[in-house]
Design a protein. Structure first.
Length: 323
């Protein structure tokens, strides 16, 4: 089971490169979307080359970086979707979308699917395959169809129709829901996820199966058991200790760091309990002060964040991949 880390900014690739470099024999996935900036398109295409290796203290990895880059290139699988579910949605025609996929240098490009709408997704899939064939892109990237529906039966029917259209690679979409009014999403039903995947496995026994948006370290074993080849993970960048309680320990011996850190914690908690504009301003001033003090001792909050995120990945995901 391959986790695909969702990325749309160069800094995310900088964080991940520090992890990938330590485990060059494991296969990792990168997922992005077609609405990213022109600069990110170039950085993503070239990755792991041209992405700087920040905040990695192991000199052995630094020395071997050039050698390992080639190995990483062969072990990283790149995928992109249309960005239909991003803030600004997708307004690209299929020809424009496929040109973006080519610019990104992806191995897999996903069609424009319609959430929970089997018929509209099939119509889109027909158009996508026609243009994919017409432009003779089969040797450039693999086109992924998406099964959508409201019931298990609709998912199976949609999957069958995608096979009839000639799709070799088919993902399962539409299994997420928004968490209240926030931008965060979660699986709408663990049982429904299992029911849909099991139904498709029983009916079609696919050799390749991707489930969109559902990866989480605590779900890794389940997805592996269900025979899922890969799934993307959007929340990885936010699953770290926002208080930096572990990574800051080595600096708390400095009185100025300890003082600034305690102030940072105080105003952070105050802002979290009462999100007024005044509390936000006080919190960000305290955060800026802590960053400045850390920089005077050769570190920074960004460095701590890199360390926290990398440690979280190495503690929760890597052991499951290795096993």
């Amino acid at each position: 089971m391959i986790p695909f880390f969702v990325v749309d900014r160069p800094v995310s690739l900088e964080i991940l490169k520090g992890v990938f470099l330590e485990f060059p024999n494991l296969k990792f996935g990168l997922m992005t979307h077609a609405n990213v900036s022109p600069n990110f398109i170039q950085v993503f295409r070239a990755f792991p080359y041209k992405t700087s290796l920040k905040y990695l203290d192991d000199e052995e990895h630094r020395i071997n970086e050039a050698t390992v880059n080639k190995q990483l290139k062969n072990n990283i699988i790149k995928m992109a979707d249309s960005g239909a579910f991003q803030k600004n949605g997708s307004i690209k025609t299929y020809q424009q979308l496929f040109n973006t996929y080519l610019s990104l240098g992806v191995h897999f490009g996903i069609i424009k699917d319609v959430l929970h709408n089997m018929n509209a997704t099939i119509e889109s899939a027909k158009e996508a395959m026609d243009i994919y064939d017409k432009l003779e892109l089969h040797d450039k990237f693999s086109l992924i169809g998406v099964a959508q529906g409201r019931t298990t039966e609709e998912y199976v029917k949609c999957y069958s129709q995608l096979l009839d259209l000639g799709y070799e690679y088919i993902a399962i979409g539409g299994l997420l829901k928004r968490n209240g009014n926030s931008n965060y999403v979660q699986v709408r039903s663990e049982k429904f996820l299992k029911d849909v995947v099991i139904a498709i496995q029983n009916e079609f026994s696919p050799k390749w199966l991707f489930v969109l948006g559902v990866y989480n370290p605590r779900r890794h074993a389940l997805l592996n058991e269900l025979g899922v080849w890969g799934a993307d993970y959007k929340g990885w960048l936010f699953h770290y200790d926002e208080y930096y309680s572990e990574s800051i320990q080595e600096f708390l011996g400095y009185p100025d760091v300890k003082k600034a850190y305690n102030k940072f914690i105080y105003y952070k908690n105050k802002f979290r309990s009462n999100r007024t504009r005044e509390n936000r301003t006080l919190f960000w001033h305290a955060r800026k002060e802590l960053d400045s003090v850390l920089r005077s001792h050769g570190s920074s909050l960004q460095r701590l964040r890199f360390q926290e995120v990398r440690d979280a990945i190495k503690a929760t995901i890597i052991p499951q991949m290795k096993s």
